[in-house]
Design a protein. Structure first.
Length: 348
């Protein structure tokens, strides 16, 4: 053992821990694929990296991990079995797939990357708005099939002068407001329980008096709120009934914000004009989902925040958080900074 230890200690930058009577290398498990820069930064900092072989192997893989970078989160059982885990670094903003409370009870810090992919998400939201309004999927299919009748039969609409209703006004909502208002000449109306009215107006948007007013006036409705018990099924039978029959709904936030059965029924019946969806109640979306069969829906597989630039930034931030924790430093963007003071092994 001493020869191994001497070899390790002679390796510049290697991070070594004394754990239950023996020395061991610091290990970070990457639970789902991320941009290669993440592993490169970790290895450059002297941290061993294990790319998970898949969900079936993850229980065993995290058992000896000091940190984990996750896109889907670890369940309570995996957290219980991860005896050395100090940090669960979430690759992204939303943490509804992470058992944050259980991790914190165990003294495991949880971090996220709240700003790394916001521009990519805003751009993709704009893309879905335009794709739905201009029937991009149906037009593409028609062109590939040589169906030039679509030129005369398709019903596309311009977004210029239309009203964009934004639900929630965080950084993504702010960016989308500028893109749609300044870029497309849309009127932007915002409903956000937490954003200050003066702040909303500073972006050139108008403030909705109520959620009902937003629903009634929006030609395009874009959702930008986290998924919580009070936001689940924000779009449902009752709220859909208040919207224009040619309105478009766009969701790049969380699938659970929409009652999908109610949306499918409204789309089938022509009570809603269309939808652009990047997120779903259950992911991946089943091939048999009614949403997949609707011609007035544009779908993407939860890729809004996955531009190459955003993936690079997100992986880099996760790696920096892991390196900080394994160096004994408090990382940026802890969900609850108070956990740091009572973190696992804080006193040696």
């Amino acid at each position: 053992m001493l020869s191994i230890l001497r070899a390790v200690l002679r390796t510049p930058g290697r991070r070594v821990f004394y754990w239950k009577g023996h020395f061991t290398m610091a290990l970070c498990v990457i639970a789902q694929p991320i941009h290669p820069i993440g592993a490169q930064l970790l290895r450059a900092a002297g941290i061993d990296v294990l790319q998970s072989a898949g969900p079936a192997a993850l229980d065993h893989e995290v058992a000896d991990a000091d940190a984990a970078i996750v896109r889907d989160g670890l369940n309570a059982g995996q957290l219980d079995g991860a005896r050395r885990l100090l940090l669960e670094a979430n690759h992204g903003t939303g943490t509804d797939k992470i058992d944050v409370a259980h991790a914190h009870r165990l003294g495991i810090a949880v971090s996220n990357t709240p700003l790394a992919n916001v521009r990519a998400v805003a751009e993709h939201t704009l893309h879905l708005m335009l794709a739905a309004a201009h029937q991009a999927v149906a037009a593409d299919a028609a062109a590939r099939a040589g169906n030039w009748r679509f030129k005369y039969e398709g019903r596309t609409v311009s977004l210029y002068g239309k009203t964009l209703g934004i639900v929630g006004f965080g950084r993504i909502g702010e960016l989308l407001c500028g893109m749609a208002g300044q870029g497309l000449g849309m009127r932007v109306l915002v409903w956000s329980p937490r954003a200050d009215a003066a702040h909303i107006r500073s972006f050139g948007a108008q403030v909705a008096d109520s959620f009902g007013q937003l629903l009634q006036q929006a030609d395009v409705l874009s959702l930008h709120r986290p998924l919580r018990p009070d936001t689940a099924h924000t779009i449902n039978v009752a709220t859909l009934a208040q919207m224009k029959t040619d309105a478009i709904i766009v969701n790049t936030s969380r699938g659970g914000l929409i009652d999908e059965a109610a949306l499918v029924e409204a789309l089938r019946a022509g009570r809603i004009g269309g939808a652009g969806l990047d997120v779903f109640a259950q992911e991946p979306l089943a091939a048999s989902s009614p949403l997949a069969a609707l011609p007035n829906v544009v779908l993407s597989p939860h890729i809004a925040g996955s531009s190459q630039e955003a993936l690079h930034a997100t992986a880099s931030q996760c790696a920096a958080q892991v390196i900080a924790v394994l160096s004994g430093k408090q990382p940026e963007n802890l969900l609850d900074a108070s956990v740091w003071g009572r973190r696992r092994f804080a006193n040696g």
